[in-house]
Design a protein around this ligand. Structure first.
Ligand code: AVJ
Length: 328
């Protein structure tokens, strides 16, 4: 399902320009390493291109995570138990959610998403598949603490955050989000979170630079969006998609690289790029067993179980809100 851009939560100026987008682009292009936050990749065209990415042969994460959900359901059910309210952060992975829900006999389902239309559509779809399951959608930015409906507030909660979306964030932001989720979900809650695993560099780079060029289109769409929405004059043909492994930070980075030196304007401001200079557009962090544990613990979650697919490419981790410790 495509994710329509939320109307209500977007601040537009009198020319219909998304104020936050313009600010992020103008600020990011003024930095020494030019960078634009990855969330701006996901306009309608970008969201559709990401859907296409999940189908390409080199992009394994969606298939690997779906395999785990499909094949290890019995083990989830045992570890999670019945009667939890499932709170999904960024709802609408319309394939993955039912695979979880049909295994664990939840007491309620609470999808959280910033795009209201999309949220209501996927909530309705879910209700139809699970008659009798109370569904309470909440239109909210899950990076902030969310107040849950009274009906589910008293139930034990299971947070569900699939897709390795946590990997898009630098550790500092990821920890902030994990702590916020803990506040939203409460003391005795659990979290089931997808994290992509560190693996051979060539496999990772191929997953983010596929032969058919779909990921390149996804990345270049950002430059097209800047031209379209912010009066940009970027020569998109002079930009090349790059996906490179950064071993120090254990992440795939996507960049747009200028082939020849270039100048362009965005919303009336001039910028220049030297040949080979890049705009950094996305990070996708990958994890080992210890680094995923450390990240979760830093965010207030104690890992208690983990599952990987048969090819050991992707992990789903079950964690519990740990009791706060003051000593030693
Ligand atoms: C949507 C964040 C899970 O990092 O793998 C895929 C985004 N970017 N190909 C990922 C993405 C390029 C994707 N996530």
């Amino acid at each position: 399902m495509r994710k329509p851009q939320g109307l209500a939560l977007v601040d537009l100026d009198e020319d219909g320009v998304d104020v936050a987008f313009r600010k992020d682009v103008l600020t990011g292009l003024s930095e020494k390493q030019k960078a634009v936050p990855a969330r701006w990749l996901y306009d309608d065209a970008g969201s559709q291109l990401f859907e296409d990415i999940t189908q390409i042969p080199e992009y394994y994460p969606t298939r690997a995570e779906t395999e785990i959900l499909r094949d290890r359901g019995g083990e989830f059910a045992e570890a999670i138990g019945r009667g939890r309210a499932v709170v999904e952060f960024g709802s609408g992975s319309s394939v993955k959610t039912p695979l979880l829900l049909e295994q664990i006999e939840p007491a309620a389902y609470v999808p959280l998403d910033i795009a209201g239309d999309f949220l209501r559509a996927s909530a309705a779809e879910l209700s139809a598949k699970f008659p009798g399951l109370p569904v309470h959608p909440v239109e909210a930015d899950f990076m902030r603490r969310v107040e849950l409906h009274d009906e589910v507030a008293g139930m034990p909660h299971l947070g569900f955050f699939p897709g390795s979306t946590i990997g898009n964030m630098v550790p500092r932001t990821a920890v902030d989000l994990l702590r916020t989720m803990r506040e939203t979900l409460g003391e005795s809650s659990q979290l089931l979170i997808g994290m992509d695993l560190i693996k051979d560099q060539s496999v990772l780079e191929a997953a983010y630079d596929d032969a058919a060029g779909v990921t390149a289109e996804f990345n270049l769409n950002l430059a097209r969006r800047i031209n379209r929405e912010l009066n940009g004059t970027i020569d998109v043909g002079n930009l090349r998609h790059i996906a490179r492994w950064n071993d120090d930070f254990a992440r795939i980075e996507m960049h747009l690289e200028a082939q020849q030196a270039m100048t362009f304007a965005v919303a009336g401001t001039e910028f220049s790029m030297a040949a080979r200079e890049t705009i950094h557009t996305e990070n996708s962090h990958k994890f080992g067993r210890r680094s995923s544990n450390t990240l979760l613990l830093a965010g207030g979650w104690t890992p208690v179980d983990r599952w990987t697919d048969s090819q050991k490419r992707f992990s789903l981790i079950l964690a519990e809100a740990s009791i706060p410790r003051t000593a030693p």
